[in-house]
Design a protein around this ligand. Structure first.
Ligand code: OFO
Length: 216
């Protein structure tokens, strides 16, 4: 018994020693490792915040899509569900970029989506407002990267600027379609055909800068 106890004791001592050695070794690696982060603290924080904003946008589309689906409009809901996925892709685009630049990603809580809209008309208006708000956040990032002369981030943000223009256009088109169909007073018949239209509507709108003489 005595032997067994001292054997265990010596194993524990070995483990502790091994642990200390590996900790020392890891710390050594850390201090010797080159700092590969190429994002400033400010930009990394702003990009992380934008990443959460994109996740929030996705939640907003998800909640509206679910609400509309519950009203029986599967086509509009499908369109919004697809868009929720697009917003999630935006989040991933920023997340991958932060990693690529050697900075740290911080995943935080996502704010709750907006309240349930009072009508489809107000739902489309809220989507538009949200897109415009997100565009402002993207513009702030463009300015920050410009001021810091971080051209890689600036370049990434150009993609987002273009994307936001498309999304605002798309949201505006939704509002216009509904306005023509009667706005708050839209008839069930008009909603029925809008529902069918949106089922097939492409996920992105053509923005002005993409239009050419050959492809008007
Ligand atoms: Fe992420 O594009 Fe809209 O919000």
């Amino acid at each position: 018994m005595q032997d067994f106890t001292s054997h265990i004791d010596s194993r524990i001592c070995d483990d502790v020693r091994l642990n200390q050695v590996s900790k020392k070794f890891l710390n050594q690696i850390k201090t010797n490792a080159m700092n590969t982060n190429r994002l400033s603290k400010t930009l990394a924080a702003a990009l992380n915040a934008q990443l959460t904003k994109e996740a929030h946008a996705s939640q907003i589309y998800l909640s509206y899509a679910s609400w509309i689906s519950h009203q029986g409009f599967g086509g509009i809901a499908n369109f919004l569900f697809r868009h929720a996925e697009e917003e999630r892709n935006h989040m991933m685009k920023i997340l991958e970029y932060i990693i690529k630049r050697g900075a740290e990603v911080h995943i935080t809580a996502i704010p709750a989506p907006h309240d349930t809209p009072a009508s489809i008309n107000s739902c489309f208006e809220k989507i538009f407002e949200h897109e415009v708000e997100n565009t402002k956040a993207i513009y702030a990032l463009v300015k920050m990267s410009f001021d810091e002369e971080d051209w890689a981030t600036w370049d990434l943000m150009q993609w987002f600027v273009k994307e936001q223009t498309e999304e605002e256009t798309l949201a505006m088109t939704l509002m216009d379609k509904l306005k023509i169909a009667g706005g708050e007073k839209v008839s069930s018949m008009a909603l029925y055909s809008l529902d069918r239209d949106l089922e097939k509507t492409p996920d992105s709108a053509t923005s002005a800068q993409d239009v050419t003489a050959e492809k008007p």
